[in-house]
Design a protein around this ligand. Structure first.
Ligand code: S3P
Length: 174
């Protein structure tokens, strides 16, 4: 089995945490959920960090949590949807492992986010158009990933297999 860490990126609702769990089951890596790590360090839920301290403080905590993963081995890292906003984070992610974008169509995301109550940026948005604008503004950043995997109408197991297959092929080619 490969030894490269796997870093999952993508918009809210793209299935990063679910696919990360499946991946860890397949390859015996440890799961690191960056949002959970931020909550652990901050001692409060992300919605509270946004509400009481603001997004900039959240982004600082996020960057610090990401930097804390440099040097980790055999991890699958599920990141938050806005992590690519800071250029330094993009650099840090590449040092951690292969960056995989879980891509989903806007309609798929809309469907998946319909029941979301804990995401501050979804709660804050006036309407879906505002969320879709955020999605489009981030797309070029997501598309800079090492690997892009389409997730619409697919099961997490199949997505995980595609990622592992890609890594194996890449390793064979090296
Ligand atoms: C955010 C995504 C969230 C979380 C925070 C901000 C974003 O993570 O980090 O609410 O800016 O897109 P998920 O992508 O896991 O929902």
């Amino acid at each position: 089995m490969h030894e490269r860490n796997i870093v999952l990126v993508g918009f809210m609702g793209s299935g990063k945490s679910t696919v990360a769990r499946v991946l860890t089951g397949c390859c015996g890596y440890r799961l690191v959920d960056l949002d959970a790590e931020i909550e652990r360090v901050a001692g409060e839920p992300i919605a509270e960090i946004f509400r009481r301290r603001g997004e900039t403080v959240f982004r600082d905590l996020e960057s610090a949590a990401l930097a804390g993963c440099v040097g980790a081995e055999r991890i699958v890292l599920a990141t938050g949807g806005g992590i690519l906003g800071r250029p330094a984070n993009r650099e840090t992610m590449r040092r951690i492992g292969i960056v995989v974008y879980l891509r989903a169509r806007a309609e798929t995301l809309r469907h998946r986010l319909a029941g979301s109550t804990e995401r501050p940026l979804i709660n804050q948005a006036r309407d879906w158009n505002e969320i879709e604008r955020l999605l489009h503004s981030r797309m070029p950043l997501y598309e800079g990933a090492d690997l892009i995997v389409d997730t619409d109408d697919r099961q997490p197991e199949s997505i995980a297999q595609e990622i592992l297959q890609h890594i194996r092929e890449q390793q064979d080619a090296d």
